[in-house]
Design a protein around this ligand. Sequence first.
Ligand code: DGY
Length: 322
Amino acid sequence: MPGTKSVVFVTRKLPDAVEERLRRDYAPRLNPDDRPYGAGELVEYSAGAAAILTCATDAWPASLIERLPDCVRAIATFSAGYEHIALAAAIARGITVTNTPDVLTEATADVTMLCLLGAARRAFEGQALVRTQKWRGWTPTQLLGIELHGAMLGIVGMGRIGHAVARRARAFGMHVHYHGRRRLPPELELGAVFHPTLQTLLPACRFLSLHCPATPATARMINTGTLALLPPGAVLINTARGVLLDDEAVLAALDSGRLFALGLDVYDGEPNLHPGYRTRRNCFLLPHLGSATLETRNAMGFRCLDNLDAVLAGGLAPDALN
Ligand code: DGY
């Protein structure tokens, strides 16, 4: 029927401005209670929908994509990461998948610096001391941490977020080295030193920050073998994806002193993180806040809608992944 708005199934509650635009342009099927849906519900609520606006908290394996109704033409994920969507299955169904690159770069790099500082300067222990009324006043040796200035930061994955972290690290006086699939053109390296392998990068890293996607090749890249290459007393930061760490190996490295501290924003199986992280005092832990500013979350939502507008108008989505 001319003028009828397309149905868009929105799996999680989104910021007000994004839901407003959805209501203006589409017939959205919203999730006001923000209850994470199970696989059966994801398929059920896709009935009659031209598109799905999903999040990294929803898993879309091939077995689920195969069950989607034929009317679904696009899946826009409200995330830069898209490891939760089986792209090949979507291609087979003629469904365009899009993500939200660029717009969360600066917010995520900020949280990386928060984790870096929080871990290096023992922010969790300091907070606990103050909040539990155990602080007896300043002492020359209380909660001594590690200085960022002059230290070596290794960045794994020099994409948009890795690069934004390198910019910030330089402002803190850190020396940046990096490993990625390819070397950046010198004018984009910001003086950072490229390592063709992780093995040559790790031995010099007092700080190590991960910024690569979760793929079969990167899963558990930080394990007993790679941790052994770090200098004793290193600080490990992960704001990318939890699956990059072998949790047991990381906890063992904390206990042995190979790692001085951890700064984590993401976890394998989140929100059910390995319980060992909660019990170690030298873990600075955040609940996946990387992109959590109103500005960025609005921009992510609008980016999803720009993509859906393009696909549903028969055009090419700016962020099409397949
Ligand atoms: C992303 O955009 O990938 C963030 O981690 C949120 O899922």
